[in-house]
Design a protein around this ligand. Structure first.
Ligand code: ATP
Length: 235
């Protein structure tokens, strides 16, 4: 149903990305020439066997990891050409992360956890807490502002993590196995939420997953094998 014709604006452009770890006899070629365009507002899933390069690929497009050759433009910016300092600022401004382990700070309430990226950016506490409250409403957690992570279910924790990922309105959300610590129906609800956010906020959402049960939520699925994207399935 959704295809390249619907998603006109390219959010991520990768051409022949190559990445090796180590050197000499211990050199591992993790990416052997990745080509892909990912569009604004689409939810793209990345699947493939263990060791095929998924984490390496999302680490590169989220500006966390350098690469050896090729071109990678994220939101129009050639990320191999910007300084370390500008990369950090770019990431803070434009990218939100969601991880399988939620990564919430245990001593902070839901609202405080969501406010963290704003406080890090230097936004004053009152405004950060107000924006955090709005993000919690967006993920359907309006009544859980003052709950600590230890008082929340897995699904609630992941929704807090998603609120934290979107609170600064990033253009890109990178999710690494977002449902693997959740039961089936909670995982489906989390994906429903990510899909809704991609459309309502026109945010590009990239999800690495081993969870076949959530593939229906993708606009497109990129299949990786042995350091390459071998094919892309339109849905
Ligand atoms: N820091 C590193 N040093 C050396 N080799 C690495 C490093 N990180 C990854 N690799 C190797 O690079 C290849 C790609 O790894 P990567 O973690 O990107 O795969 P993956 O598809 O995410 O795997 P999984 O599904 O198991 O998480 C693998 O052969 C892996 O062993």
């Amino acid at each position: 149903m959704s295809n390249e014709k619907e998603f006109k604006e390219i959010a991520i452009h990768c051409k022949n990305i190559v990445k090796a770890y180590g050197s000499g006899t211990s050199k591992v070629l993790a990416l052997r020439g990745v080509d892909v365009d990912i569009y604004r507002g689409e939810l793209m899933m990345i699947v493939g066997p263990s060791g095929c390069g998924k984490t390496t690929f999302i680490s590169i497009i989220s500006t966390m990891l350098s690469f050896d050759s090729g071109v990678c433009k994220v939101l129009g910016l050639d990320i191999s050409k910007i300084s370390e300092k500008d990369t950090v600022l770019f990431r803070r401004e434009n990218i939100g992360f969601v991880f399988q382990a939620f990564n919430l700070l245990p001593a902070l309430t839901a609202q405080e956890n969501v406010a963290v990226p704003l406080l890090v950016k230097g936004i004053e506490r009152k405004e950060a807490m107000e924006r955090s409250a709005k993000a919690l409403v967006l993920v359907g957690l309006n009544k859980r502002h003052s709950a600590l992570p230890s008082q929340m279910s897995g699904g609630e924790k992941q929704r807090v993590a998603i609120a934290r990922a979107i609170v600064h309105r990033p253009k890109l959300i990178i999710c690494d196995e977002p449902t693997s610590n959740l039961d089936h129906s909670t995982g489906l609800n989390v994906m429903k939420l990510l899909s809704k956010l991609s459309k309502e906020l026109q945010t590009t959402v990239i999800v690495v997953t081993h969870d076949n049960r959530i593939l229906d939520f993708a606009d497109r699925i990129a299949y990786m094998d042995d350091g390459k994207i071998t094919h892309i399935k339109e849905r």
